[in-house]
Design a protein around this ligand. Structure first.
Ligand code: HEM
Ligand SMILES: *[C@@H]1O[C@H](CO)[C@@H](O)[C@H](O)[C@H]1NC(C)=O
Ligand SMILES: *[C@@H]1O[C@H](CO)[C@@H](O)[C@H](O)[C@H]1NC(C)=O
Ligand SMILES: *[C@@H]1O[C@H](CO)[C@@H](O)[C@H](O)[C@H]1NC(C)=O
Length: 325
Protein backbone atom coordinates (compact mmCIF):
# COMPACT_ATOMS: atom_id res chain seq x y z
CA UNK A 1 0.00 0.00 0.00
CA UNK A 2 2.83 2.37 0.88
CA UNK A 3 4.40 1.71 -2.49
CA UNK A 4 1.15 2.39 -4.30
CA UNK A 5 0.75 5.68 -2.47
CA UNK A 6 4.33 6.61 -3.30
CA UNK A 7 3.65 5.92 -6.95
CA UNK A 8 0.52 8.02 -6.95
CA UNK A 9 2.49 10.87 -5.41
CA UNK A 10 5.16 10.56 -8.08
CA UNK A 11 2.57 10.65 -10.86
CA UNK A 12 1.07 13.78 -9.36
CA UNK A 13 4.52 15.35 -9.17
CA UNK A 14 5.18 14.49 -12.81
CA UNK A 15 1.94 16.16 -13.85
CA UNK A 16 2.75 19.24 -11.81
CA UNK A 17 6.20 19.43 -13.37
CA UNK A 18 4.87 19.05 -16.89
CA UNK A 19 5.34 22.68 -17.77
CA UNK A 20 8.86 22.85 -16.37
CA UNK A 21 11.65 22.67 -18.91
CA UNK A 22 15.13 21.77 -17.69
CA UNK A 23 18.26 22.86 -19.55
CA UNK A 24 15.99 24.63 -22.02
CA UNK A 25 15.36 21.30 -23.76
CA UNK A 26 14.38 18.51 -21.38
CA UNK A 27 11.05 17.98 -19.68
CA UNK A 28 9.18 15.09 -18.04
CA UNK A 29 6.37 15.79 -20.53
CA UNK A 30 8.59 15.59 -23.61
CA UNK A 31 6.72 12.63 -25.13
CA UNK A 32 3.27 13.26 -23.64
CA UNK A 33 1.80 14.12 -27.03
CA UNK A 34 3.97 11.93 -29.27
CA UNK A 35 4.22 8.76 -27.18
CA UNK A 36 1.79 8.73 -24.28
CA UNK A 37 2.31 4.97 -23.69
CA UNK A 38 6.09 5.31 -23.28
CA UNK A 39 6.40 5.12 -19.52
CA UNK A 40 4.04 2.16 -19.16
CA UNK A 41 5.80 0.27 -21.97
CA UNK A 42 9.21 0.74 -20.32
CA UNK A 43 7.85 -0.12 -16.90
CA UNK A 44 6.29 -3.35 -18.20
CA UNK A 45 9.50 -4.35 -19.99
CA UNK A 46 11.56 -3.77 -16.86
CA UNK A 47 9.07 -5.57 -14.63
CA UNK A 48 9.31 -8.63 -16.89
CA UNK A 49 13.10 -8.48 -17.01
CA UNK A 50 13.50 -8.11 -13.23
CA UNK A 51 10.98 -10.85 -12.56
CA UNK A 52 12.97 -13.17 -14.82
CA UNK A 53 16.26 -12.24 -13.16
CA UNK A 54 16.48 -9.79 -10.25
CA UNK A 55 20.10 -8.98 -11.09
CA UNK A 56 18.94 -7.39 -14.34
CA UNK A 57 17.66 -4.42 -12.34
CA UNK A 58 21.19 -3.82 -11.10
CA UNK A 59 22.65 -4.37 -14.55
CA UNK A 60 20.38 -1.77 -16.17
CA UNK A 61 21.18 0.74 -13.41
CA UNK A 62 24.88 0.30 -14.10
CA UNK A 63 24.28 0.58 -17.87
CA UNK A 64 22.84 4.06 -17.31
CA UNK A 65 25.89 5.12 -15.25
CA UNK A 66 28.29 3.83 -17.90
CA UNK A 67 26.32 5.66 -20.58
CA UNK A 68 26.15 8.98 -18.74
CA UNK A 69 29.82 9.10 -17.74
CA UNK A 70 31.07 8.80 -21.32
CA UNK A 71 30.10 11.87 -23.36
CA UNK A 72 26.77 12.14 -21.55
CA UNK A 73 23.65 9.98 -21.46
CA UNK A 74 23.48 9.55 -25.24
CA UNK A 75 23.15 5.76 -25.58
CA UNK A 76 26.67 5.66 -27.02
CA UNK A 77 27.30 2.62 -24.82
CA UNK A 78 24.69 0.69 -26.80
CA UNK A 79 26.44 0.93 -30.19
CA UNK A 80 27.87 -2.36 -31.42
CA UNK A 81 31.40 -2.62 -32.74
CA UNK A 82 31.59 -3.24 -36.50
CA UNK A 83 34.42 -3.76 -38.98
CA UNK A 84 34.84 -0.01 -39.29
CA UNK A 85 33.48 1.26 -35.96
CA UNK A 86 34.81 0.79 -32.43
CA UNK A 87 32.32 1.55 -29.70
CA UNK A 88 32.38 1.33 -25.91
CA UNK A 89 31.18 -2.22 -25.31
CA UNK A 90 34.69 -3.65 -25.34
CA UNK A 91 36.29 -0.94 -23.22
CA UNK A 92 37.95 -2.34 -20.07
CA UNK A 93 35.17 -1.48 -17.60
CA UNK A 94 32.47 -2.84 -19.94
CA UNK A 95 33.88 -5.95 -21.63
CA UNK A 96 32.53 -9.23 -20.19
CA UNK A 97 30.88 -7.15 -17.52
CA UNK A 98 28.24 -4.66 -18.63
CA UNK A 99 24.92 -6.35 -19.35
CA UNK A 100 21.29 -5.71 -20.20
CA UNK A 101 21.65 -4.75 -23.87
CA UNK A 102 19.00 -7.30 -24.91
CA UNK A 103 16.53 -5.89 -22.38
CA UNK A 104 16.91 -2.40 -23.87
CA UNK A 105 16.54 -3.85 -27.38
CA UNK A 106 13.28 -5.55 -26.40
CA UNK A 107 11.86 -2.41 -24.80
CA UNK A 108 12.96 -0.29 -27.75
CA UNK A 109 11.19 -2.68 -30.15
CA UNK A 110 7.98 -2.33 -28.15
CA UNK A 111 8.31 1.45 -28.04
CA UNK A 112 8.92 1.56 -31.81
CA UNK A 113 5.80 -0.56 -32.36
CA UNK A 114 3.59 2.13 -30.85
CA UNK A 115 5.67 5.28 -31.45
CA UNK A 116 7.80 4.96 -34.55
CA UNK A 117 11.09 6.88 -34.71
CA UNK A 118 10.11 9.08 -31.78
CA UNK A 119 11.80 8.05 -28.54
CA UNK A 120 15.58 8.06 -28.12
CA UNK A 121 17.43 5.03 -26.79
CA UNK A 122 19.04 7.36 -24.24
CA UNK A 123 15.64 8.25 -22.77
CA UNK A 124 14.64 4.58 -22.68
CA UNK A 125 17.76 3.76 -20.65
CA UNK A 126 17.06 6.66 -18.26
CA UNK A 127 13.49 5.47 -17.67
CA UNK A 128 14.57 1.83 -17.40
CA UNK A 129 17.17 2.69 -14.74
CA UNK A 130 14.57 4.58 -12.70
CA UNK A 131 12.16 1.65 -12.98
CA UNK A 132 14.91 -0.82 -12.07
CA UNK A 133 15.55 0.97 -8.78
CA UNK A 134 11.90 1.20 -7.82
CA UNK A 135 11.23 -2.44 -8.81
CA UNK A 136 14.03 -3.48 -6.44
CA UNK A 137 12.34 -1.56 -3.63
CA UNK A 138 14.23 1.73 -3.94
CA UNK A 139 12.94 5.24 -4.51
CA UNK A 140 11.27 6.54 -7.64
CA UNK A 141 11.64 9.94 -9.28
CA UNK A 142 10.45 11.97 -12.23
CA UNK A 143 12.73 11.47 -15.25
CA UNK A 144 13.58 14.44 -17.41
CA UNK A 145 13.16 13.47 -21.08
CA UNK A 146 14.30 14.74 -24.45
CA UNK A 147 17.78 13.21 -24.66
CA UNK A 148 19.12 12.56 -28.13
CA UNK A 149 21.18 9.57 -29.21
CA UNK A 150 24.81 10.14 -30.08
CA UNK A 151 26.12 9.40 -33.53
CA UNK A 152 29.48 8.37 -32.16
CA UNK A 153 31.04 6.53 -29.26
CA UNK A 154 34.48 6.49 -27.69
CA UNK A 155 36.21 3.41 -26.37
CA UNK A 156 39.04 5.63 -25.23
CA UNK A 157 36.70 7.91 -23.26
CA UNK A 158 35.06 4.84 -21.70
CA UNK A 159 38.47 3.59 -20.59
CA UNK A 160 39.51 6.92 -19.13
CA UNK A 161 36.24 8.30 -17.71
CA UNK A 162 34.87 5.24 -15.92
CA UNK A 163 36.50 4.78 -12.51
CA UNK A 164 38.45 1.56 -11.85
CA UNK A 165 37.64 -0.63 -8.81
CA UNK A 166 40.86 0.36 -7.06
CA UNK A 167 40.26 4.12 -7.49
CA UNK A 168 41.26 6.23 -4.49
CA UNK A 169 38.98 8.85 -2.91
CA UNK A 170 40.71 11.86 -4.48
CA UNK A 171 40.43 10.25 -7.90
CA UNK A 172 36.73 9.44 -7.40
CA UNK A 173 35.99 13.00 -6.26
CA UNK A 174 37.76 14.41 -9.32
CA UNK A 175 36.03 12.11 -11.77
CA UNK A 176 32.62 13.00 -10.37
CA UNK A 177 33.31 16.72 -10.08
CA UNK A 178 34.41 16.64 -13.73
CA UNK A 179 30.75 15.72 -14.39
CA UNK A 180 29.38 18.42 -12.08
CA UNK A 181 28.71 15.88 -9.32
CA UNK A 182 29.90 16.71 -5.79
CA UNK A 183 30.93 14.49 -2.87
CA UNK A 184 27.31 14.10 -1.84
CA UNK A 185 26.32 12.86 -5.30
CA UNK A 186 29.35 10.55 -5.42
CA UNK A 187 28.45 9.01 -2.07
CA UNK A 188 24.75 8.66 -2.85
CA UNK A 189 25.32 7.24 -6.34
CA UNK A 190 27.85 4.74 -5.02
CA UNK A 191 24.94 3.40 -2.98
CA UNK A 192 23.88 1.72 -6.24
CA UNK A 193 26.26 -1.01 -5.06
CA UNK A 194 23.57 -2.03 -2.60
CA UNK A 195 22.40 -4.20 -5.51
CA UNK A 196 24.18 -6.39 -8.05
CA UNK A 197 27.28 -8.52 -8.33
CA UNK A 198 30.98 -8.21 -9.02
CA UNK A 199 33.63 -10.56 -10.41
CA UNK A 200 36.48 -11.82 -8.28
CA UNK A 201 39.02 -10.14 -10.56
CA UNK A 202 37.65 -6.72 -9.52
CA UNK A 203 37.98 -7.28 -5.77
CA UNK A 204 40.72 -9.89 -5.25
CA UNK A 205 43.44 -7.45 -4.23
CA UNK A 206 41.10 -5.68 -1.80
CA UNK A 207 40.01 -8.82 0.08
CA UNK A 208 43.50 -10.35 0.15
CA UNK A 209 45.94 -7.51 0.48
CA UNK A 210 44.52 -4.15 1.49
CA UNK A 211 45.54 -3.02 4.97
CA UNK A 212 45.54 0.09 7.15
CA UNK A 213 42.87 2.60 6.16
CA UNK A 214 41.67 0.19 3.46
CA UNK A 215 41.59 -2.90 5.68
CA UNK A 216 38.74 -5.41 5.30
CA UNK A 217 36.86 -7.04 8.18
CA UNK A 218 38.73 -10.31 8.74
CA UNK A 219 35.71 -12.62 8.97
CA UNK A 220 34.22 -11.08 5.83
CA UNK A 221 37.49 -11.48 3.92
CA UNK A 222 37.76 -15.13 4.97
CA UNK A 223 34.20 -15.81 3.88
CA UNK A 224 34.51 -14.16 0.47
CA UNK A 225 37.89 -15.75 -0.24
CA UNK A 226 36.51 -19.21 0.46
CA UNK A 227 33.17 -18.74 -1.25
CA UNK A 228 33.96 -16.71 -4.32
CA UNK A 229 37.53 -15.66 -4.85
CA UNK A 230 40.59 -17.90 -4.65
CA UNK A 231 43.98 -16.16 -4.59
CA UNK A 232 44.53 -17.36 -8.16
CA UNK A 233 41.96 -18.44 -10.76
CA UNK A 234 38.21 -18.01 -10.60
CA UNK A 235 38.48 -14.48 -12.00
CA UNK A 236 34.90 -14.57 -13.21
CA UNK A 237 33.36 -15.88 -9.99
CA UNK A 238 30.60 -13.60 -8.75
CA UNK A 239 29.91 -12.25 -5.29
CA UNK A 240 27.13 -9.85 -4.27
CA UNK A 241 28.24 -6.24 -3.78
CA UNK A 242 26.03 -6.15 -0.69
CA UNK A 243 26.00 -9.50 1.04
CA UNK A 244 22.69 -9.60 2.86
CA UNK A 245 20.26 -8.45 0.20
CA UNK A 246 21.86 -8.01 -3.25
CA UNK A 247 18.44 -7.75 -4.91
CA UNK A 248 16.98 -5.18 -2.49
CA UNK A 249 17.65 -1.49 -3.00
CA UNK A 250 18.18 -0.50 0.65
CA UNK A 251 20.88 1.29 2.66
CA UNK A 252 22.68 -1.93 3.65
CA UNK A 253 25.69 -0.93 1.54
CA UNK A 254 26.45 2.01 3.83
CA UNK A 255 26.24 -0.17 6.93
CA UNK A 256 28.68 -2.53 5.20
CA UNK A 257 31.10 0.35 4.53
CA UNK A 258 31.12 1.25 8.22
CA UNK A 259 31.75 -2.42 9.07
CA UNK A 260 34.43 -2.70 6.33
CA UNK A 261 32.55 -5.50 4.64
CA UNK A 262 32.57 -4.47 0.99
CA UNK A 263 34.16 -5.97 -2.10
CA UNK A 264 35.55 -2.95 -3.87
CA UNK A 265 38.44 -0.80 -2.70
CA UNK A 266 36.77 2.16 -4.44
CA UNK A 267 33.73 1.68 -2.19
CA UNK A 268 35.74 1.44 1.04
CA UNK A 269 37.54 4.67 0.04
CA UNK A 270 34.32 6.57 0.85
CA UNK A 271 34.62 5.60 4.52
CA UNK A 272 37.64 5.61 6.77
CA UNK A 273 40.23 6.37 4.12
CA UNK A 274 41.69 9.03 6.36
CA UNK A 275 42.18 11.49 3.51
CA UNK A 276 40.20 14.54 2.45
CA UNK A 277 37.80 16.54 4.61
CA UNK A 278 35.79 13.57 5.87
CA UNK A 279 32.65 14.69 4.05
CA UNK A 280 32.08 11.27 2.49
CA UNK A 281 32.62 9.60 5.89
CA UNK A 282 29.89 11.77 7.42
CA UNK A 283 27.53 11.04 4.52
CA UNK A 284 28.15 7.30 4.75
CA UNK A 285 27.25 7.39 8.44
CA UNK A 286 24.15 9.47 7.73
CA UNK A 287 22.95 7.14 4.96
CA UNK A 288 23.70 4.07 7.09
CA UNK A 289 21.51 5.52 9.83
CA UNK A 290 18.71 6.91 7.68
CA UNK A 291 17.40 4.96 4.68
CA UNK A 292 15.04 7.78 3.72
CA UNK A 293 17.89 10.28 3.52
CA UNK A 294 19.76 7.91 1.21
CA UNK A 295 16.65 7.36 -0.95
CA UNK A 296 16.05 11.11 -1.32
CA UNK A 297 19.70 11.91 -2.12
CA UNK A 298 20.06 8.98 -4.50
CA UNK A 299 17.01 10.05 -6.52
CA UNK A 300 18.27 13.65 -6.70
CA UNK A 301 21.74 12.52 -7.80
CA UNK A 302 20.30 10.23 -10.48
CA UNK A 303 18.39 13.18 -11.92
CA UNK A 304 21.58 15.27 -11.93
CA UNK A 305 23.60 12.52 -13.59
CA UNK A 306 20.80 12.03 -16.11
CA UNK A 307 20.93 15.68 -17.08
CA UNK A 308 24.34 15.14 -18.70
CA UNK A 309 22.59 14.85 -22.02
CA UNK A 310 22.63 15.65 -25.71
CA UNK A 311 19.49 17.64 -26.55
CA UNK A 312 17.73 19.72 -29.20
CA UNK A 313 18.90 19.09 -32.74
CA UNK A 314 22.12 17.38 -31.69
CA UNK A 315 22.48 13.68 -32.40
CA UNK A 316 19.43 11.74 -33.55
CA UNK A 317 16.66 9.39 -32.47
CA UNK A 318 18.13 6.00 -33.30
CA UNK A 319 15.79 3.39 -34.80
CA UNK A 320 17.94 0.50 -33.56
CA UNK A 321 19.88 1.18 -30.37
CA UNK A 322 22.84 -0.86 -31.62
CA UNK A 323 23.64 1.31 -34.66
CA UNK A 324 23.41 4.87 -35.84
CA UNK A 325 20.70 5.57 -38.40
C1 HEM B 1 32.17 5.37 -7.92
C2 HEM B 1 32.83 4.64 -8.77
C3 HEM B 1 32.41 3.26 -9.22
C4 HEM B 1 33.23 2.20 -9.42
C5 HEM B 1 34.75 2.18 -9.27
C6 HEM B 1 32.41 1.09 -9.81
C7 HEM B 1 32.89 -0.18 -10.13
C8 HEM B 1 32.11 -1.30 -10.30
C9 HEM B 1 32.62 -2.63 -10.50
C10 HEM B 1 34.09 -3.01 -10.60
C11 HEM B 1 31.56 -3.46 -10.59
C12 HEM B 1 31.62 -4.97 -10.83
C13 HEM B 1 31.71 -5.24 -12.32
C14 HEM B 1 32.06 -6.67 -12.68
O1 HEM B 1 32.70 -7.36 -11.89
O2 HEM B 1 31.72 -7.11 -13.79
C15 HEM B 1 30.38 -2.67 -10.46
C16 HEM B 1 29.09 -3.16 -10.49
C17 HEM B 1 27.97 -2.36 -10.41
N1 HEM B 1 27.94 -0.99 -10.41
FE1 HEM B 1 29.50 0.23 -10.07
N2 HEM B 1 31.11 1.48 -9.82
C18 HEM B 1 31.05 2.80 -9.47
C19 HEM B 1 29.90 3.57 -9.42
C20 HEM B 1 28.64 3.15 -9.76
C21 HEM B 1 27.50 4.00 -9.94
C22 HEM B 1 27.53 5.53 -9.84
C23 HEM B 1 26.45 3.20 -10.25
C24 HEM B 1 25.03 3.57 -10.57
C25 HEM B 1 24.45 4.70 -10.20
C26 HEM B 1 26.94 1.84 -10.22
C27 HEM B 1 26.16 0.71 -10.39
C28 HEM B 1 26.64 -0.59 -10.34
C29 HEM B 1 25.78 -1.76 -10.26
C30 HEM B 1 24.28 -1.73 -10.08
C31 HEM B 1 26.62 -2.88 -10.34
C32 HEM B 1 26.19 -4.36 -10.37
C33 HEM B 1 25.87 -4.70 -11.83
C34 HEM B 1 25.40 -6.12 -12.09
O3 HEM B 1 25.19 -6.91 -11.18
O4 HEM B 1 25.24 -6.44 -13.30
N3 HEM B 1 28.28 1.86 -9.96
N4 HEM B 1 30.74 -1.35 -10.30
C1 LIG C 1 31.00 0.49 -42.34
O1 LIG C 1 30.59 -0.86 -42.38
C2 LIG C 1 29.20 -1.04 -42.59
C3 LIG C 1 28.93 -2.54 -42.49
O2 LIG C 1 29.36 -3.02 -41.24
C4 LIG C 1 28.81 -0.44 -43.92
O3 LIG C 1 27.41 -0.56 -44.08
C5 LIG C 1 29.19 1.01 -43.96
O4 LIG C 1 28.94 1.54 -45.24
C6 LIG C 1 30.66 1.20 -43.64
N1 LIG C 1 30.95 2.62 -43.52
C7 LIG C 1 32.07 3.17 -43.97
C8 LIG C 1 32.20 4.64 -43.77
O5 LIG C 1 32.94 2.53 -44.51
C1 LIG D 1 49.31 -9.61 -2.38
O1 LIG D 1 50.60 -9.11 -2.12
C2 LIG D 1 51.65 -10.06 -2.35
C3 LIG D 1 52.94 -9.44 -1.87
O2 LIG D 1 53.11 -8.17 -2.44
C4 LIG D 1 51.66 -10.42 -3.82
O3 LIG D 1 52.66 -11.38 -4.09
C5 LIG D 1 50.31 -10.99 -4.21
O4 LIG D 1 50.26 -11.23 -5.59
C6 LIG D 1 49.17 -10.04 -3.82
N1 LIG D 1 47.90 -10.71 -4.03
C7 LIG D 1 46.85 -10.11 -4.57
C8 LIG D 1 45.62 -10.96 -4.71
O5 LIG D 1 46.87 -8.96 -4.95
C1 LIG E 1 15.87 10.94 7.76
O1 LIG E 1 16.00 11.73 6.60
C2 LIG E 1 14.79 12.30 6.19
C3 LIG E 1 15.02 12.95 4.81
O2 LIG E 1 15.99 13.95 4.87
C4 LIG E 1 14.32 13.29 7.26
O3 LIG E 1 13.11 13.88 6.87
C5 LIG E 1 14.15 12.54 8.56
O4 LIG E 1 13.85 13.46 9.59
C6 LIG E 1 15.41 11.77 8.92
N1 LIG E 1 15.14 10.91 10.06
C7 LIG E 1 15.86 10.93 11.15
C8 LIG E 1 15.47 9.95 12.21
O5 LIG E 1 16.80 11.70 11.31
Amino acid sequence: MGTLLARVAVVALAAAAAAVVVDGQMSPAFYDATCPALQSVVRRGMAQAVQKEARMGASILRLFFHDCFVNGCDASVLLDDTANFTGEKNAGPNANSLRGYEVIDAIKAQVEASCKATVSCADIVALAARDAVSLLGGPSWTVQLGRRDGRSASQNAANTNLPPPDARLADLLTRFSDKGLDARALTALSGAHTVGWARCTTFRTHIYNDTGNAAVDAAFATQIRAKACPSAGGDGNLAPLELRAPAAFDNGYFQDLVARRVLLRSDQELYGSGVGDGSTDALVRAYAANATLFAVDFAAAMVRMGNLALTGKNGEVRLNCRRVN
